[in-house]
Design a protein around this ligand. Structure first.
Ligand code: DPP
Ligand code: ZN
Length: 850
């Protein structure tokens, strides 16, 4: 398959300032007529090229006359003489047969669209690229009983009854937009309606559209939407611009959600919540995703991407915006810890493997494969570093300039950085390396005593990545402070930017016994190695005034202990146990923070820090430390558990923190092997009034062999078997179990009547979850690899985009011993050799072999 390269960009030959669409809707067949007003862009003689991946092309006319068009390789060529023309097409599409869930498809009897990145060409022939912006007018008609609600982008301008039980609606969107933001929905839906008055006093009608029974589960999404609208006005000065803003929840959806202008379409897991069915983490994710998609209205819709290599222009920036929003709504410290955990779990491994790519990639075969943690989460870190370097005022001046300068345009990452530079006067030329160089920089930092005083000696190294064997030093913003080991007091924090391979920086005002606190608040997305001793790390974990650095010191202490234990077969647990004791008994700490701080690093994070990953030894050593922590501190875990166990459900940060700490304490109690642990967990399962506690208890029980385990799993299944989103949790919890027989269970679950490849959430709930269960997935027999490859190949026939997202765990073969590496490669080779493989899976699997 052809490779698309960023350097080959050229502007579109033809523009389409206006398009009108007419849909005659049916699940089996939908007829789409499109009228495109096209205008030649520049002086050339080239024909109009329309991407087209529809079922059948019925008719093409040029200025009302039949035209000799040519259709080949999914491109329709229309020769045009003049400078502008009217091109009409009529095509047929088949929503029910659309298992890719791209274009117009059916989900639970509803018709809905997903066009990003290249789904619009599956609806109607069009120059499907983000730098072609058009004003859309749409008319749709369909069976009124099947599709009582007809929604699209923009404003509803007319509606009425048609013949034979049909009705129709006309929607006009006044804002020119790229076709990836086109959306329409037809279905039997009801709305939670509300209004929002913008800062200039305009009233906006808000609607969250769901199936009738789900209406009570929309309150949190609505509250989140209104909070996000207000926050964007206050923090970025951005006001909503249409009179209507709708969100529709869909069960079958490839992504999390989609920011279509005025009509966001969401995976229902990011809309529906009530305490009985959604966890605190689900509530947080809903608020974050609702905000994310809303924020795209400016960072994505009003100012969009010139080409798909610029994806991080909208995604990195919008993730940074949603992270900041969530931090403002809850705890900054806990949100930062969660975001960094996510980055380390998903992006660092990507950046260290065969699929590593820059935040602004240079080439792709299939763009869907580049909706990655690098583009999204590292992209957000890149924006955050600009915020750190410029400070909040100059950063805001930069975003103001960016939005005003580029409103209505399709632009590049370069345009964003330029706006930041122009508004702030700060030279960011060197900083641009963050967009072009892949790989996670590694920093070595240590304090040195010079006659003039204390210095910090820094070195950086950016590892080679595919296509980028040699790297330049990056500008790395590091927040640094020194803590006085005698008093526990910190010096003032300072920001230094390391922009050479190595440097030594004087830290004046150092205390007599300084301890280094570095990369505070995770100011740069890098790996920092220091020579700090266990004593220093324990000290920081008790005293650092930066909550993230405090968490980080504890993590480092745990990691050092565990990696030592894995390589030598044992290590001194005492420093970790003492540090956890300190944290658990520190009355000044918020339970939500304590909960994060006392959790051991994940097995895969430990693996990432080792030369060769040994999944069994990591599991064994981590479980040994867990058990030791559990036993030695058992009275404290029981105190923590009792302190929070009787709470009635409330949704606020304090109650959420209490729930989290309670279940983590329960996990440590279970790790002791205490005979009452299963009964305690079962009681929590039975008596809790919310899903967070219920799932927490189930997550503890599922790792053991008690009768309570089977009873709780059974009860959970019976209670929620008709609720797809909750049933997903049932699958995931079992896939993440630490039991030795999890592979048998996962294989059996893949044959469960409720398992299906047709629904991406269900597929991921079992298969993606299993693939991050390091010990089980990397079973030395290779059974885990075979299972994953079988699932990918089966899914590829239905939905290549979703199948391809499952490939990366197999690409980590270089990190494992020869035996496992050979087995992983064999599965990748089997995939690549499969006839009829999609280009989506081909790209991921073939690159993973390189
Ligand atoms: N643009 C969508 C988003 O918001 C794609 N999933 O991330
Ligand atoms: Zn996004």
């Amino acid at each position: 398959p052809p490779v698309i390269r960023r350097e080959d960009y050229s502007p579109p030959d033809w523009l389409v300032p206006d398009i009108s669409l007419d849909f005659r809707l049916g699940a089996e067949r939908t007829i789409v007529r499109a009228t495109l007003q096209v205008r030649r862009n520049g002086s050339h003689r080239r024909p109009l090229l329309l991407n087209s991946e529809v079922e059948a092309i019925h008719r093409v006319t040029l200025n009302g006359e039949p035209v000799n068009y040519w259709y080949e390789d999914q491109v329709l060529r229309v020769p045009i003489e003049g400078e502008s023309a009217t091109v009409e097409t009529e095509v047929r599409i088949a929503p029910r047969a659309n298992t890719q869930l791209m274009g117009l498809y059916e989900s639970n009897a509803m018709l809905c669209t997903q066009c990003e990145a290249q789904g619009f060409r599956r609806i109607t022939p069009f120059p499907d690229r983000p730098d072609v912006l058009s004003r859309y007018k749409l008319r749709m008609s369909g069976d009124k009983a099947l599709y009582p609600v007809l929604l699209a982008n923009g404003d509803l301008v007319a509606s009425g009854e048609g013949e034979g039980g049909t009705h129709w609606a006309e929607w006009h969107d006044p804002f020119p937009k790229p076709c990836y933001l086109f959306a329409m929905v037809a279905g039997d839906l009801v709305a939670n309606r509300d209004t929002f008055t913008t800062m200039s006093g305009r009233k906006v009608d808000l609607g969250i559209w769901v199936r009738a029974g789900d209406l009570p589960k929309t309150a949190h999404a609505m509250a989140s939407l209104k909070a996000a609208m207000k926050w964007d006005e206050e923090v970025y000065g951005r006001e909503y611009d249409l009179d209507i803003f709708n969100i529709v929840a869909v069960d079958d959806f490839n992504f999390g959600a989609m920011e279509n202008k005025g009509l966001n379409i969401f995976n229902s897991r990011y809309v529906l919540a009530d305490p009985d069915t959604a966890t605190d983490a689900d509530y947080d994710a809903i608020a974050g995703v609702v905000a994310h998609e809303y924020f795209h209205n400016w960072s994505g819709d009003r100012v969009t991407c010139r080409d798909w290599f610029q994806l991080s222009l909208k995604e990195g920036f919008t993730v940074f915006r949603d992270q900041s929003f969530s931090a403002d709504m809850g705890s900054h410290a806990v949100k930062r810890i969660e975001d960094v955990k996510m980055l380390r779990a998903a992006q660092f491994p990507e950046d260290a493997g065969p699929l590593a790519h820059p935040v602004r990639p240079d080439s792709y075969i299939e763009i869907s494969n580049f909706y990655t943690a690098t583009v999204y989460n590292k992209g957000a870190e890149v924006i955050r570093m600009m915020h750190t370097i410029l400070g909040p005022e100059r950063f805001r001046a930069g975003t103001d300039l960016y939005f005003s300068r580029h409103d209505g345009q399709a632009v590049t990452c370069e345009d964003f950085v330029k706006a930041m530079e122009d508004a702030s006067g700060v030279d960011l030329s060197h900083f641009r390396l963050w967009y072009s160089q892949a790989g996670t920089p590694r920093i070595k930092a240590r304090l040195v005593n010079r006659t003039e005083g204390v210095h910090v000696a820094l070195e950086q190294e950016v590892p080679p990545t595919p296509g980028q064997p040699v790297k330049q030093p990056m500008p790395i913003p590091l927040r640094i402070a020194l803590l006085d080991e005698a008093t526990g007091r910190p010096t003032d924090e300072r920001l230094i930017v390391l922009d050479k391979a190595s440097d030594e920086i004087a830290l004046d005002g150092a205390p007599a016994r300084p301890v280094l606190s570095i990369n505070r608040d995770f100011s740069a997305p890098v790996i920092v190695e220091t020579d700090r001793s266990a004593v220093d790390l324990a000290f920081l974990s008790a005293h650092d005034d930066d909550p993230f650095a405090r968490y980080e010191a504890m993590q480092q202490l745990m990691l050092d202990t565990l990696t030592a234990a894995v390589s030598t077969g044992g290590a001194d647990h005492a420093p970790v146990i003492e540090a956890v004791r300190q944290t658990l008994t520190d009355a000044n700490l918020d339970p939500a923070f304590i909960a994060e701080a006392v959790l051991l690093p994940s097995e895969s994070f430990i693996g990432d820090r080792m030369a060769v990953v040994d999944p069994e030894a990591i599991r064994a050593r981590r479980e040994a430390l867990r058990a030791d922590l559990g036993r030695t501190l058992e009275p404290l875990w029981r105190d923590a558990y009792r302190a929070h166990v009787a709470n009635r459900y409330a949704y606020n940060p304090a109650a959420k923190g209490a729930r989290r700490l309670k279940t983590i304490a329960l996990g440590y109690i279970a790790a002791t092997g205490a005979p009452d642990a299963a009964a305690l967990a079962k009681r929590q399962y039975d008596e809790s009034d919310n899903m967070t506690d219920r799932q927490g208890a189930l997550g503890v029980l599922v790792n053991g062999y008690s009768a309570e385990r089977d009873a709780a799993l059974q009860a959970f299944y019976e209670r929620y078997r008709t609720n797809g989103l909750v049933l997903d949790k049932w699958f995931t919890t079992q896939a993440l179990s630490t039991r030795d027989d999890v592979l048998d269970q996962v294989e059996a679950l893949a044959g469960h009547p409720d398992f299906t490849l047709a629904n991406p959430n269900r597929l991921r709930s079992l298969v993606a979850a299993f693939s991050v269960n390091q010990r089980a997935f990397h079973d030395a027999s290779g059974r885990g690899y075979r299972f994953l490859a079988d699932m990918i190949l089966a899914e590829d026939k239905l939905n290549p985009q979703t199948a391809a997202k499952l490939v990366p765990p197999l690409g980590r073969w270089r990190r494992f011993d020869e035996g496992r590496a050979a087995l992983m490669r064999a599965e990748l080779e089997r995939m690549v050799a499969t006839p009829g493989l999609s280009k989506d899976v081909f790209e991921q699997a073939s690159k993973s072999l390189a």
